[in-house]
Ligand binder design. Structure first.
Ligand code: PHE
Length: 336
């Protein structure tokens, strides 16, 4: 028995010394320690040896297991290192590495993030709506008559099923009031679509940031205060804000907002539309909801919509709106 143990041990150590790969080592391991390997065989023999010899053989078997296992492990790590060395070869660690390129947010996104941070501080929360909308949400609910030019197929992208690509984000006002009870104080942003001739100042897809506040006793003073605060936070406290009377079907009175501030160049920049929610809009929402939560006798409110492209262009001195969508890395990398 003793010589058998020594033979198995000696053979295993020899084979390990000669092994040239990790898989060869694994084969040796199975041959010795596998279920029907030589170690298992010796263990079975041990049970048949006379009782007084068993402690000695038992110890020898234990030694065998320890010695062969250690040897396998040592050789394994050696082969691993040699393998690494072969892969690394004559790698020159003093060569400079390849620098990775950092991306950055699109200038439009930067502006939006800045504006949204201000609106959050003003207590507005985020509302959403899809780009594809019903005619009702885009026009009817917003008090826009059937013969309004915006409803014309020449100006708006209609889908075959009668839905359309929203022409403004004011659809989000309607969506919010449909599903939420007053008071509401939300902003929504996203793409809007119009069938314009594409040129240096027009795209068929652009972006707006919309705000809606509906509560009890909201007045024009609230609207003006909110707008002035918002734009001064955005452009600096010396920014001047001008409200020019205008017309939107869904607000009354309505205004266009012009801003004059050094960061957006000299002169007045027309940036946004706003106004007090027209009672007809509250009536449309009430009919749809089937309750009087938005009855114009109970609530009032204001809304505003800001075009983001023109503002981004003014803030960054961009002369052609098409640069914002062309994805030209030479243009975009200037905003890193
Ligand atoms: N939806 C209007 C537009 O696209 C802007 C607007 C929003 C005006 C909210 C008033 C209130 O021109």
């Amino acid at each position: 028995m003793k010589s058998q143990i020594k033979r198995v041990q000696g053979k295993a150590l020899e084979e390990i010394a000669a092994a040239e790969s990790v898989s060869a080592l694994n084969e040796i391991r199975t041959r010795v320690f596998g279920r029907s390997g030589s170690f298992a065989l010796l263990n079975r023999l041990l049970k048949e040896t006379p009782e007084e010899e068993r402690p000695l053989f038992g110890r020898l078997l234990g030694d065998l297991r320890r010695i062969v296992t250690t040897s396998l492990k040592r050789k394994e790590s050696l082969l691993g290192k040699e393998g690494d060395q072969a892969v690394i070869g004559d790698l020159d660690l003093t060569l400079p590495g390849t620098a990775s390129e950092y991306g950055a947010a699109h200038p439009l996104t930067c502006l939006l993030n800045h504006a949204v941070a201000i609106l959050h501080r003003m207590g507005f929360s985020c509302a959403t709506g899809p780009d594809i909308e019903t005619e009702w949400r885009c026009f009817d609910a917003l008090n826009t008559p059937n013969d309004h030019p915006a409803r014309n197929e020449k100006n708006t992208f209609y889908l075959q099923d009668g839905r359309l690509l929203r022409t403004h984000t004011s659809t989000i006002q309607i969506r919010t009031m449909e599903r939420q009870l007053p008071p509401v104080r939300v902003f929504g942003s996203g793409a809007a679509y119009r069938r314009d001739e594409v040129n240096a100042t027009h795209l068929i897809q652009f972006h707006q940031l919309e705000g809606l506040y509906v509560s009890k006793d909201v007045t024009l003073a609230d609207l003006k205060g909110a707008i002035v605060f918002f734009f001064r936070e955005l452009f600096g406290q010396e920014a001047e804000i001008r409200f020019r009377p205008h017309f939107f079907p869904f607000t009354v009175p309505s205004y266009e907002i012009d801003v004059r501030a050094t960061v957006v160049g000299d002169g007045w920049l027309e940036l946004a539309g706003c106004g007090m929610i027209d009672p007809a809009v509250f009536e449309a929402v009430s009919t749809k909801r089937g309750d009087r939560a938005y009855s114009p006798e109970k609530v009032s409110g204001f809304a505003f919509g800001i075009g983001l492209e023109r503002l981004t262009m003014a803030l960054n001195g961009i002369a052609d709106i098409r640069l914002l969508t062309e994805n030209d890395i030479r243009f975009l990398s200037q905003f890193r």
